[in-house]
Design a protein around this ligand. Structure first.
Ligand code: SF4
Length: 354
């Protein structure tokens, strides 16, 4: 098996094995991992506390690859979209979403996406390629670097480090399962980011045959997009749902032996005139029955050329009320960063037009 070159894309246990093969002690691998992921230092010369032998070993390696920061777009609400360039010249986007007690990073897992959801800007691009684990980790490192720069905090009590990661940027994470799980393992590690399963959310449009294997890894929480209560509409909105219809998806989720107090987030995007009737609320309540699910309603974020419209606040309130009547507690995720196309479903690796 060839040895890895992008060492910052590998979990600690892999690094320790690699270091051991080259005669470098395990505790030196821990110090190097800490420098990489706690402090964001990629150059062996700058790593604190590592031994001369470890530094020499790291210097014998090709320089660790990086993403380059191409543009930063800051929205009025403090949401910041980072446009990053890969070594092979592709653009991807990550979004820093500050709030009072947390700072969430929305990461991309692919360049483009093959899922082709009708309401999503990324879905119009098609798939170019999967991201490697190190390219996902780089989004985290660069976001922290920006947050740590003086004068960056625009929100009261904003954390100067990323506290949560959501895989809701460009790409369908379960279409790139191996790299996503590997990146989560790196982020989980206490010596590095220290983000537990509860602090990372992997969101899928419903890739049914990979949901269980993802869940078994135990590296992140799961969110599943529903967006419709009939197979016909869901098939139009999210083409991959034709393979795993509502009943099949529900069966898959019911088959999971959920851990204590664990739940799946079910995302439901409200689209004006399409999926917000009383019947939809009733069918949604029936679908959710028996699942350890939290329902998260989303507002649509328009992008240039899209054919969908956002539901009015009155219709949204009515839909929420019907859900309550049918016994479904729900939360509304407010749209953030829409003025710089940084909101959910708006990412496409392009600059907002001014
Ligand atoms: S919503 Fe997600 S899965 Fe669907 S096309 Fe967009 S990026 Fe892909």
């Amino acid at each position: 098996m060839p040895e890895p070159t992008a060492l910052h894309g590998f979990p600690l246990s892999d690094l320790q094995r690699l270091f051991a093969r080259h005669g470098v002690p395990a505790h030196q691998a821990r110090l190097a991992f800490q420098a990489l992921h706690r402090h964001g230092i990629l150059e062996p010369e700058r790593m604190p506390a590592i031994s001369d032998k470890c530094r020499k070993f790291l210097r014998s390696w090709p320089p660790l690859p990086r993403l380059s920061l191409d543009a930063v777009h800051r929205a009025q609400d403090g949401t910041t979209k980072l446009r990053l360039k890969t070594l092979d010249g592709h653009m991807l986007e990550a979004v820093v979403i500050p709030a009072n007690r947390r700072t969430t990073l929305c990461v991309s897992s692919q360049i483009g996406c093959a899922a082709g959801c009708a309401f999503c800007h990324t879905g119009t691009m098609g798939l170019t390629r999967n991201l490697d684990a190190w390219e996902i980790i780089e989004q985290y490192r660069i976001a922290n670097e920006i947050l740590a720069a003086p004068g960056q905090s625009q929100v009261a009590n904003q954390k100067s480090r990323i506290t949560n990661v959501v895989f809701m940027g460009m790409g369908e994470p379960l279409h790139n399962l191996a790299s996503v799980v590997q990146a989560c393992r790196v982020l989980n590690e206490d010596l590095g980011a220290g983000l537990s399963r509860r602090h990372i959310v992997v969101s899928t449009a419903g890739v049914g045959d990979r949901i269980c294997s993802f869940w078994e890894q135990g590296v992140a929480s799961l969110a599943v997009s529903l967006h419709a209560t009939t197979d016909e509409l869901r098939g139009q909105l999210a083409p991959l749902s034709r393979r795993w219809n509502l009943a099949a998806l529900r069966e898959i989720l019911l088959s999971i032996p959920w851990r204590n107090r664990e739940s799946v987030t079910v995302a439901y995007l409200l689209l004006d005139g399409l999926n917000g009737t009383r019947d939809d609320a009733r069918r949604l309540a029936e679908w959710l029955k028996g699942l350890p699910a939290k329902l998260n309603l989303l507002e649509f974020n328009p992008y240039p050329g899209c054919r969908f419209r956002r539901t009015s606040p009155e219709k949204l309130a009515a839909f929420r009320q019907w859900l309550y009547e049918f016994g479904v507690f729900n939360t509304l995720r407010h749209s953030r960063g829409g003025d710089v196309l940084a909101a959910c479903g708006q990412l496409a690796g392009r600059a907002p037009s001014r």
